[in-house]
Design a protein around this ligand. Structure first.
Ligand code: SF4
Length: 155
């Protein structure tokens, strides 16, 4: 992944640290980051680089500086987290509805709305897609995890 990045995470951390956020937001790297946490885990200074990358994506989104495809990345991430917070586990139908609905409201892209729809039967056959979502038994645990992370105690 690193060889495809126009700016390595170390450079982006330094830009953010020095307040050169606009320059950091222009880097394609923030959209290539898959949030694998490797950099955060290995950082000798305990910088949560993955969280900074995430924050940069959110900022680009909020400032309207993300392309339509990049916006969909952020919308998907938000829909995924909202889904987990609500159900304690993934509800695929709800995720698709939230993600596709929100993305469509923003870009009115009809082909994107139905893109991937033909994959549903194959996924269902492989038990990777469930029409009826389940909720985790103890959703309180998940709620507490989210609460703790939002308060900044995620470590
Ligand atoms: S989390 Fe860090 S190591 Fe993983 S892809 Fe993003 S920048 Fe690279």
């Amino acid at each position: 992944m690193a060889e495809r990045m126009d700016a390595p995470p170390t450079k982006l951390m330094r830009l953010a640290q020095l307040g050169h956020v606009d320059e950091a937001l222009r880097a394609e790297s923030i959209w290539l980051c898959v949030g694998c946490q490797t950099c955060s885990t290995r950082c000798p200074k305990s910088v949560d680089c993955a969280a900074v990358m995430d924050a940069l994506r959110q900022l680009a989104f909020e400032r309207g500086e993300a392309s339509p495809a990049q916006r969909r990345t952020v919308i998907f991430q938000k829909a995924f987290l909202d889904n987990i917070r609500r159900n304690g586990r993934l509800n695929e139908i709800e995720l698709i509805a939230l993600f596709k609905g929100e993305a469509f409201l923003r870009d009115r892209n009809i082909p994107a709305l139905f893109q991937d729809a033909t994959l549903a039967p194959q996924l269902q056959k492989r038990r990777k897609f469930h029409l009826i979502g389940e909720k985790a038994r103890d959703r309180g645990v998940v709620a507490r995890i989210f609460e703790r992370v939002l308060k900044g105690g995620g470590q």
